[in-house]
Structures are given as structure tokens and as C-alpha cells.
Design a binder for this molecule. Structure first.
Ligand code: HEC
Length: 150
């Protein structure tokens, strides 16, 4: 009887870890022909995701210009727009489909923009902002090298 209990426990644990792997770590994905991992999204989710991405690029452009013109106000506003407040608008269904690594990189990118906005307002140091931007950009390129949407 005790042995049956352990076997059941083991089976439940395996199922639970399988589900955790599928839903939390792997997300809704498949391997793409180019070797990257495709995020399998429905059209509205893909539109939302790519729109967020274009907002990231707008922010990078505005931040870069803010640095060149030493306009910390413009820079802080641009960074704030893609800060973590933005996450409130992510549809729940989309969040659930994203692999853990994508959520982690996405979250850290939004948080890094929060920090940049805060520092720009408090320190007004464009050299610091530039080094923060240079810390954010490798996350953009790393995620693009690994993932695509479909
Ligand atoms: C967590 C992963 C991730 C991060 C971080 C990320 N991206 Fe993306 N981005 C993607 C994926 C996936 C695509 C779709 C690429 C594809 O299908 O080939 C994409 C597409 C884009 C596009 C194209 C949008 C379109 O309409 O086609 C732009 C522009 C972009 N990203 C900019 C950025 C910038 C700038 C950053 C950093 C500030 C960034 N991304 C950070 C995952 C990410």
C-alpha cells in the first residue's frame, strides 16, 4: 500500500513537472526552419507583440536622440513609455503562451527602461543613460537571435 502511494506520488510529480515544463518553461512554441524558436501566437496577439516591439525601437530612437541633444526630458519620457507600466496592457492569453525565457528577457527590458527614466530624471547624466542603453540593446539582439513569431 505504501509502495502504491509512492508510485502515485511519483506519477503525479511527473505529470505536474510535465505540465510546468509545457506551460511555464516552453510556452506555445515550435522549432522554426531557420533554427530559431517560433512563438505560436494568434493574429491579434502577434499584432500586439510586434507593436510593442516597434514601440521599443521608437524609444531607442528617441533615447539616442535625447543623448545626442542632451535632452534628458525627452529621454526620460521615451523610456517611461516602454517601462513596466506597459505590461498592464499585455493580454493574459499572450502572456501564458510565452516561454519563461521570453518573459524574463521582456520583463528585464521593461524594468531597465524604468530605471533609465528614473536615473535620467534624478541624475540628468547622458553618459550614464548611454551606458544603460548599451546594456539594454544586447537583450534585444539576444532575444531576436533565438525567437521569432508566427
Ligand atoms: C523577449 C524577446 C525580445 C526582446 C527582449 C526584444 N524583442 Fe524585438 N522581437 C522579438 C521577436 C520574437 C520578434 C519577431 C521577430 C521575427 O518574427 O523574426 C521581434 C521583432 C521586433 C521588431 C520588428 C517589429 C515588426 O513589426 O515586425 C522590432 C523593431 C523589434 N523587435 C525591436 C526590439 C527592440 C528595439 C528591443 C530592445 C529594446 C527588442 N525588440 C527586444 C522578441 C524580442
Amino acid at each position: 500500500m505504501a509502495r502504491l502511494g509512492w508510485i502515485l506520488f511519483l506519477i503525479m510529480t511527473l505529470i505536474a513537472s510535465g505540465l510546468a515544463y509545457k506551460f511555464i518553461i516552453k510556452g506555445e512554441t515550435e522549432v522554426a526552419p531557420d533554427g530559431r524558436t517560433s512563438l505560436l501566437l494568434k493574429e491579434s496577439e502577434r499584432d500586439f507583440f510586434l507593436n510593442e516591439m516597434r514601440n521599443f525601437l521608437v524609444a531607442v530612437q528617441q533615447i539616442s536622440e535625447g543623448i545626442e541633444k542632451d535632452n534628458m526630458n525627452q529621454l526620460a519620457n521615451a523610456a517611461k513609455k516602454v517601462g513596466s507600466a506597459d505590461l498592464a496592457h499585455v493580454p493574459a492569453g499572450l502572456m501564458a503562451k510565452l516561454p519563461l525565457a521570453v518573459k524574463t528577457m521582456g520583463l528585464s527590458t521593461h524594468k531597465a527602461f524604468d530605471q533609465m527614466a528614473m536615473d535620467a530624471e534624478q541624475l540628468g547624466d547622458k553618459g550614464h543613460a548611454l551606458s544603460q542603453l548599451n546594456q539594454i540593446l544586447p537583450t534585444c539582439t539576444a532575444c531576436h537571435a533565438l525567437y521569432k513569431v508566427r
